[in-house]
Design a binder for this molecule. Structure first.
Ligand code: KIV
Length: 275
């Protein structure tokens, strides 16, 4: 059964935890889908883990659409949520609707995600009005990294915590179907999750959220540049990949690969005639 925004809302009502992971390509998305993840986020984190930038600022609409299409092709069941990149919605409600529409039409996503609170309410309302499901994102919103002065926990003092709570309520009222809470204190995320009727998806926000999301390169040990405290390594795929690459290099250099079983045959007489 295809997961939809309704499935996610129902999961909260039934007290069932929602699972989400990022993916950026067909084969990884297919593996996650077959494993039974509820939703896949084509995150603009692809700027860092796929394209090698130090942040998400330079990610374009074309990048997002390209990867969203690939992920969508790999998903039979998971809801595909695709990030709207920096300056694709902040500039105007018109830009927001047109770009969200492109992500749905060209990127084949089931929903879009955008970052921010009260400052993007009009954009959210306009996108929802165009029948496009929107996921919100509060707390550490990486597109605002230069205003925050780095990747830091958000909502630690009373004013900041109150602002995140008020933004969460405003986003719910504007029509988002779920909200990602990134890098906020556990107790604040729990309070927000308890107050909202829509699900919260936490990343660095503790177990009180209605679901969890992780960047798959982080949880598999494939991205060494930045390992946040909230990441748990569920595998050591990076090391396994390196080992396999080294073995391949060695075997090719030593002539051990390809072996007979990897080769195609032809009748000897045909070859003899060609010499
Ligand atoms: O871009 C992304 O991967 C995200 C997650 C960190 C939630 O927004």
């Amino acid at each position: 059964m295809k997961n939809t925004i309704v499935t996610l809302k129902e999961a909260k009502q039934k007290n069932k935890k929602i699972t989400m992971l990022t993916a950026y390509d067909y084969s990884t998305a297919k593996l996650m889908d077959e494993a039974g993840v509820n939703a896949i986020l084509v995150g603009d984190s692809l700027g860092m883990v796929i394209l090698g930038y130090t942040d998400t600022i330079s990610v374009t609409m074309e990048d997002m659409i390209h990867h969203s299409k690939a992920v969508s092709n790999g998903c039979k069941q998971a809801l595909v949520v695709t990030d709207m990149p920096f300056l694709s919605y902040q500039t105007s409600t018109y830009d927001a609707v047109v770009n969200a529409g492109r992500i749905m039409k060209e990127g084949r996503a089931g929903a879009v995600k955008l970052e921010g609170g009260s400052e993007v309410i009009e954009q959210i309302q306009a996108i929802v009005k165009a029948s496009i499901p929107v996921m919100g994102h509060l707390g550490l919103t990486p597109q605002s990294i230069h205003s925050f002065g780095g990747f830091k926990v958000q909502g630690k003092n009373e004013t900041a915590a109150k602002k995140i709570l008020e933004d969460a309520i405003a986003l719910q009222e504007a029509g988002v179907f779920a909200i990602v809470l990134e890098c906020v204190p556990e107790a604040l995320a729990k309070l927000i999750s308890d107050k909202l009727t829509i699900p919260t998806i936490g990343i660095g926000a503790g177990a009180g959220c209605d679901g969890q999301v992780l960047v798959y390169q982080d949880m598999l040990g494939m991205y060494g540049e930045l390992t946040p405290k909230f990441v748990k390594r569920f595998g050591n795929v990076g090391e396994q990949m390196k080992e396999a690459f080294s073995t391949y290099i060695k075997e090719v250099q030593e002539g051990a690969f390809p072996a007979k079983e990897h080769c195609f045959t032809i009748e000897e007489e045909i070859i003899a005639k060609l010499y």
